[in-house]
Design a protein around this ligand. Structure first.
Ligand code: SAM
Ligand code: SF4
Length: 372
């Protein structure tokens, strides 16, 4: 006799561990958790940690009206959190397990630069073993990824995204503060060789810096079978020197691509929380996407939460309030209390960001601390 069909109230949850999912005050069900495993980074990207003389020079000369008070903050060395303030692997595993029990399906490990976290391969193995983690991904600048590609794959990492803003070695150095293009390209190749497919690559586009490379980056992606994403520059830099003039709007990126390529839109109907508007090429080779959070916000479908390396929950990239999960954990909260706390935090998730509005306040911490 055929087994009886059991209609579980939350069919998308793991049957053994299922609890009511975390739903925010606007009805959005949380599915995606970004976990920052370190605030440290070996790069100094101009849009994230612009703490090099070259970055300061760019901001100084390119757009005259920038305030000098902002610039002075770009030239300090970043201050990393002491190790004791960073979540341990046990704490990260506990949070991910609880999150998955409450409806989270996708985990993205990020930073800072996640490859700098000692024991990362072990952490990935621990996270991939949690029942209900459907999708385990990581974002990296790629510099140190190559040597660990195979081990990470074996440990259960399913997807990898690289950041690559320029194909010109000197422009790459200008944008990232490091002479690392060859290392990143070799890591991308290694990722493909050990079976990550498709490999995703992201570029932040900044006017006057790498916008002239938009078509070349697409050609590169096509010839290397990469899924490519162009990202608008967001006000999340440590120097607080972001300016709207530096943002190349998604529509402009698209029209520059359309002047060289025949693009066919790909529908996001099956995944409305997808951040990118996507296109394939008419000849069937390659896919590009444009992530335009500044000019075309997609907050209405946002189902993401973030945990910072020092254990704060953030309900939006642009949250100005963080909630101290680490303090609850280290204060002795049990799983029920912790999950109830997280549920309360999720309820207050912002409807959307306020970029461009008179009351917009840039978060105090940069993307490298928040976890992109
Ligand atoms: N270090 C890793 C890397 O760069 O891929 C992971 C962390 S990084 C903060 C995650 C993503 O955030 C990267 O794709 C990076 O390009 C993006 N990012 C950082 N600052 C940004 C900004 N101000 N605007 C848009 N994207 C930004
Ligand atoms: Fe580091 Fe990534 Fe920020 Fe660049 S974007 S400075 S690689 S954390």
């Amino acid at each position: 006799m055929a087994p009886l069909a059991i209609h579980h109230p939350f069919p998308y949850l793991h049957p053994v561990t299922a609890r009511a999912p975390w739903i925010d005050g606007h009805g959005r069900v949380m599915r995606d958790l970004r976990v920052s495993v370190t605030d440290r980074c070996n790069f100094r990207c101009l849009y994230c940690l612009p703490e090099t003389e070259e970055a300061a020079q760019f901001y100084r000369t390119k757009f005259a009206p920038i305030s000098t008070s902002g610039l002075s903050t770009t030239l300090r060395e970043p201050i990393w959190k002491p190790r004791s303030e960073i979540l341990s692997f046990d704490e990260i595993e506990r949070i991910v397990r609880l999150a998955v029990e409450h409806g989270i399906e996708k985990i993205r490990v990020t930073g800072g630069e996640p490859m700098l976290r000692r024991g990362l391969v072990d952490l990935i193995a621990r996270l991939s073993a949690i029942p209900g983690v459907r999708d385990l991904a990581m974002t990296t600048n790629g510099f140190y990824f190559g040597d660990k590609a195979e081990a990470l794959r074996q440990a259960g990492l399913q997807r990898i995204s690289f950041s690559l803003d320029s194909l010109d070695p000197s422009n790459f150095k200008r944008m990232t503060g490091r002479d690392g293009l060859a290392d990143v390209l070799s890591s991308i190749e290694k990722a493909q060789a050990c079976g990550f497919a498709p490999v995703k690559v992201n570029a932040v586009v900044i006017r006057g810096l790498n916008d002239h490379e938009i078509p070349d980056l697409a050609r590169f992606a096509r010839s290397h079978r990469l899924t490519f994403r162009y990202i608008e520059f967001m006000p999340l830099d440590s120097g607080h020197v972001w300016q709207r003039d530096l943002v190349v709007p998604g529509r402009e990126i698209l029209s520059r691509l359309q002047s060289e390529f025949d693009l066919v839109p790909i529908s996001n109907a099956t995944n409305p929380s997808e951040t990118a508007r996507r296109w394939s090429f008419a000849d069937g080779v390659g896919e590009i996407g444009i992530i335009a959070p500044v000019t075309e916000p997609f907050c209405g479908h946002c189902n993401r939460l973030r945990i910072t390396a020092d254990g704060k929950i953030r309900t939006c990239l642009f949250s100005v309030v963080e909630h101290d999960l680490k303090a609850w954990m280290r204060g002795g909260a049990d799983d029920t209390e912790l999950a109830a706390g997280m549920r309360r935090v999720v309820l207050g998730k912002e409807l959307g960001h306020r970029i461009g509005k008179a009351d917009f306040t840039q978060p105090a911490r940069s993307m490298s601390c928040i976890g992109g």
